[in-house]
Design a protein around this ligand. Structure first.
Ligand code: ARG
Length: 737
């Protein structure tokens, strides 16, 4: 009923018999209509009103979108409220950026962890906002009502944007709420989400990185996993409970709902639901889009990020100060880099493009048989547009990532000033110089290390050169050839010794006493403009292709919905993730990643001992943790067989943005925090893989064990609403032994 699968996947499902997976990221507003009966059968005990209500407090009121912006258009993660005093749980990797920013060489909270003993010790988290969804509503008629048949794509988009703005402003009730309208099904439906955004969010507790990121990038995106991926924050409000900028007079928020916590743990087949803010999926993408990503887009980004990471790691491993400074940047790049490698591999291995080709074949047949001329050209247009993108993409992405590296980045800021000089436009020169004088030069260099920047500069120039043929290389390479015999390192040494833009001091001196003629001869500047020229020369083609994709995706998805309604009327479709609140449900399940290999659905602290490598960059762990595990001192957090479960698997359908989401049992009690997907189903954003796709969750008992037994932060434990039911029978596997 809920499956949106192509022919091959559907056949697979039939052949494996019982299927536990539950595909779909459902909009809360429709849960009662589309999912409730099914969920009840699987083990849900709450009423629809207890899940989502706009009149009473409900579960949705405990689900928080974490953003860096007060305008909740996108969320980087999800959090959940777990106490009546606004306490919030999310992942360690979601709090990572804030924790890094709060750290210094003296107080390195990433390395050492941080635990506030009382409200007064909690630290205002930079750039973290907490959004609560008040209500959502269907505004499709209003938005699409402004579109007329004679409008072309541009006019249509402009009219829609205008209407969205108008409606958002009206719904804000003079600034009380933050409403956001978003398109669904490639712009075939529109919904408004009304939020309240709290900007005073404070760090309460975080474990050492060697717990919160245990296993590092080697284990990232993989099972079995032994990562304590959680961190703890608190939402503050003014004394009336309203959002307010940070003030010492603010008080902990009294939430409408908070999640109770279950100590009962999980067993195979247990019902689970996850609520959160998945960021983006492409479940309706055409085979052409998939081929473009696999053949062109992902390999390109993997190439660029891989090189950047290599340089960063070299210095991060050698120097604690550099490690701290680059950790957030590194974690983000590494996460995407490994994800794209996984997507390339698994989209191929799981034959996702082939699945889509089969669907497209059936769709086209249906279009032709039923005279649906409206949809006739969508797929051919998509094929052409993705073909064009495949040609032009490297001329946009490579230079885009390289133009602003190190000295070249700040050199680019002097472009308008230099142009005014070339144009002999005195007024413009003066105005641009004034702007340069106001620029905070030091900020440009803050949180960067000159050695890392210089090495990256050289390595990225090499990466670029490798990716293009000789006749495609921009001006800067002929300088490198002529003046430096093609030696990029020698060229880089020269830039960092002689360019105006190499150090804050030389830039400031230049601004003080500018000699504009010099800019045009500066190699950092020429590097920047060389790359920018490449982008400019190809941007027109790139934009045109992107627009064709967007236009025809809109038509294709419209057609697909009609096709499904006509051919499989029992199927409910769910919209792609787009940073709006979604519910997904499924069950606790193991899986078989390969022939004859079985992965259990839980892993335990024993695995931490197995993986532990003292002093290692990724597999070190605090001595005290190791000793607690060795002594098997797990307290009330052990399962009935005395083991400490660290993480567990479920079939819930999630994606990036869901990180930190609560995974709950049928009573709406917290069982753990979702934090990752598994390697074998990295193609899952494009096509859900029922046999393989799992969500990796950190078990709440491990979270509480770390807070309580490891960190001794009993003040946090005391605040929680912890529940324990009857002991359960041992797991089947254990009974056998
Ligand atoms: N894969 C996780 C996600 O995207 C992030 C894990 C962060 N850990 C890391 N080792 N980079 O949500």
């Amino acid at each position: 009923m809920k499956k949106v699968l192509g022919i091959i996947a559907l056949a697979l499902m039939v052949s494996v018999g019982r299927v536990y997976a539950d595909e779909g990221m459902w909009l809360p507003m429709f849960v009662e209509r589309l999912n409730y009966v099914d969920m009840q059968k699987m083990g849900l005990q709450l009423t629809p009103e207890e899940l989502y209500s706009i009149n009473h407090s409900s579960l949705k009121d405990a689900i928080v979108g974490l953003g860096s912006d007060p305008m909740p258009r996108g969320f980087f993660c999800t959090g959940e409220i777990v106490s009546e005093h606004g306490l919030l749980f999310t992942n360690h990797h979601c709090g990572y950026s804030a924790v890094q920013k709060l750290s210094s060489d003296q107080y390195d909270y990433l390395r050492d962890g941080f635990w506030a003993k009382n409200y007064g010790e909690e630290l205002p988290a930079p750039d973290m906002t907490a959004s609560f969804l008040i209500r959502m509503e269907d505004v499709t008629k209003d938005i699409l009502g402004v579109v007329t048949d004679d409008m072309d794509y541009q006019d249509r988009q402009a009219a829609i944007r205008k209407k969205i703005k108008e409606m958002e402003t009206a719904a804000s009730e003079g600034g009380k709420y933050n409403p956001v309208i978003k398109g669904f099904f490639e712009g075939n439906e529109y919904y408004m989400f009304v939020y309240q955004v709290y900007t005073d969010v404070r760090l309460v507790g975080v474990a050492n990185e060697s717990i919160g990121k245990f296993g590092g990038d080697t284990d990232n995106w993989m099972w079995p996993r032994h990562t304590g991926d959680f961190s703890i924050f608190r939402v503050y409000a003014d004394k009336d409970g309203n959002p307010a900028a940070y003030s010492k007079d603010n008080v902990p928020l009294t939430p409408k709902h908070h999640l109770p916590i279950s100590l009962d743990g999980v067993q195979k087949d247990d019902f689970t639901m996850i609520w959160g803010f998945p960021g983006s999926t492409e479940r309706y993408m055409s085979s052409y889009g998939i081929d473009y990503n696999v053949d062109t887009f992902y390999p390109m980004i993997v190439d660029i990020f891989g090189k950047e990471l290599e340089v960063m790691e070299e210095y991060m491993k050698a120097d604690e100060h550099i490690r701290l400074m680059y950790s957030d940047n590194h974690a983000g790049l590494a996460n995407t880099w490994k994800n794209f490698i996984g997507q390339c591999t698994m989209l191929r291995k799981n034959k996702v493009s082939e699945t889509k080709v089969a669907l497209e074949h059936d769709f086209t047949k249906w279009v032709n048989q039923n005279g649906k001329t409206e949809y006739k050209n969508a797929l051919p247009n998509l094929r052409k547009a993705y073909g064009d993108l495949g040609e032009v993409a490297k001329f946009v992405y490579y230079p885009n990532f390289i133009a602003n590296i190190g000295a070249a980045g700040i050199a680019g800021q002097f472009g308008s000033y230099y142009q005014a000089y070339l144009d002999k436009d005195k007024d413009a020169m003066e105005m641009n110089l004034m702007m340069l004088q106001q620029m905070n030069v030091d900020e440009f260099f803050a949180e960067t290390d000159p050695q890392v920047e210089k090495k990256t500069f050289a390595e990225m120039l090499k990466t670029y050169k490798n990716a293009f043929s000789a006749d495609e290389l921009p001006e800067i390479y002929s300088i490198i050839d002529k003046k430096f015999k093609g030696d990029i390192d020698a060229f880089t040494d020269d830039v960092y010794a002689n360019s105006i833009f190499a150090t804050p001091e030389s830039i400031k001196a230049f601004i003080e006493k500018p000699n504009p003629k010099k800019i045009g001869k500066d190699y950092a500047y020429i590097m920047n403009t060389s790359m920018m020229d490449v982008i400019m020369n190809h941007m027109g083609d790139y934009r045109a292709a992107m627009q064709t994709v967007s236009e025809n995706d809109h038509v294709f998805v419209k057609g697909l919905r009609e096709y499904y309604a006509a051919t499989q009327p029992e199927k409910s479709l769910y919209p792609d993730a787009n940073s709006t609140m979604r519910m997904s449900y499924g069950s606790v399940q193991d899986y078989m990643p390969a022939d004859a290999v079985h992965y259990d659905y839980v892993c335990t602290a024993n695995g931490i001992l197995e993986k532990y490598v003292p002093g290692d960059y990724e597999f070190d762990a605090p001595k005290q943790l190791i000793s607690l595990i060795e002594k098997r001192d797990f307290g009330v957090y052990a399962d009935d067989s005395g083991e400490l479960v660290v993480c567990f698997l479920s079939t819930n359908d999630i994606t990036g943005g869901n990180s930190g989401s609560p995974i709950m049992n049928g009573k709406g009690e917290l069982l753990g925090l979702a934090f990752d997907g598994n390697w074998e189903a990295m193609s899952g954003d494009v096509n859900f893989e029922p046999r393989l796709q799992r969500t990796i969750n950190v078990d709440i008992r491990y979270v509480l064990f770390i807070i309580d037994k490891y960190a001794g932060a009993t003040n946090i434990i005391d605040e929680l609403d912890i529940r324990k039911g009857e002991p359960k029978p041992l797991r089947v596997e254990e009974e056998k032994i």
